[in-house]
Unconditional design. Structure first.
Length: 256
């Protein structure tokens, strides 16, 4: 099921609106007080405001680091998948001719499905791709299991081990794509961002004369949220893992 963080542009628009509104709410309560923060209170207020902004910066930095690490993990598993498929394709030559041709054909079809998995953004197509992938994996395992059991040997074990790597690499990739920034981290960032803008609005001095200042902090924080959501979203963002290794492998294999 899609969430707001799967659409980084929505994250930017919604966060900008909420944070900007929070700043004006803070200014509204300051205006109702009918007097600005006193000079003797200004120093203590600045300490609180600075500490809250610092905490927001730390949380954003921590979340950005989490998003980057997950993005790198998805890239690593894409490379691992290409290596596993390519290795098993070569090892399949050790099978009898008929079995080797069958495994080669199934691996090429499976490779096409893995490329589609990385490129598609449509949920209906993704469900079909996952179903086709699961069927191909079952067919691949059956295609090597029969010859290996009929003629057990060291070479047969090598082929079976390679197919096991193909199956495992797909599972690791799927787990990496499900591994996202926790919702609690997003809620914490949003709550601290709202508090910061409330404090900025409340501590403002005649901000009505320069309302553009109320846009700066919400805009900067919203851009940060957008970037984190974009990197963390495997399909919804602009920054995505391209199946470069899988495409390169597909081009190097003979046509089906």
């Amino acid at each position: 099921m899609n969430t707001l963080t799967d659409k980084p542009l929505y994250v930017f628009v919604v966060s900008l609106a909420i944070l900007w509104l929070a700043a004006w709410i803070g200014a509204y309560f300051r205006k109702r007080r009918r007097q600005p923060v006193k000079d003797e209170e200004r120093q203590d207020y600045s300490v609180i405001e600075g500490a809250t902004l610092t905490l927001l910066g730390l949380i954003i930095g921590f979340s950005f680091s989490m998003a980057i690490s997950r993005y790198d993990q998805r890239k690593d598993y894409e490379e691992a998948e290409a290596n596993a498929i390519g290795t098993e394709y070569v090892r399949a030559d050790l099978l009898p001719a008929a079995d080797s041709a069958k495994v080669h054909a199934l691996l090429r079809d499976y490779l096409d499905q893995r490329i589609l998995f990385y490129n598609t953004r449509d949920n209906d197509k993704l469900r079909q791709i996952n179903a086709d992938t699961a069927q191909l994996l079952a067919n691949l395992w059956s295609a090597v299991r029969g010859p290996v059991l009929s003629q057990p040997s060291m070479l047969s074990s090598l082929i079976l081990s390679g197919m096991n790597d193909v199956l495992n690499s797909q599972g690791y990739t799927q787990a990496a794509w499900w591994n996202r920034i926790p919702r609690a981290a997003w809620a914490l960032m949003a709550a601290i961002g709202v508090c910061c803008n409330l404090l900025i609005g409340y501590g403002s001095r005649r901000i009505e004369a320069r309302p553009i200042l109320f846009v700066v902090t919400p805009l900067v924080v919203s851009i940060s949220f957008f970037l984190i959501a974009d990197i963390d979203s495997p399909r919804g963002g602009v920054i995505r893992v391209a199946p470069q290794n899988l495409v390169s492998l597909a081009k190097s294999l003979p046509p089906n």
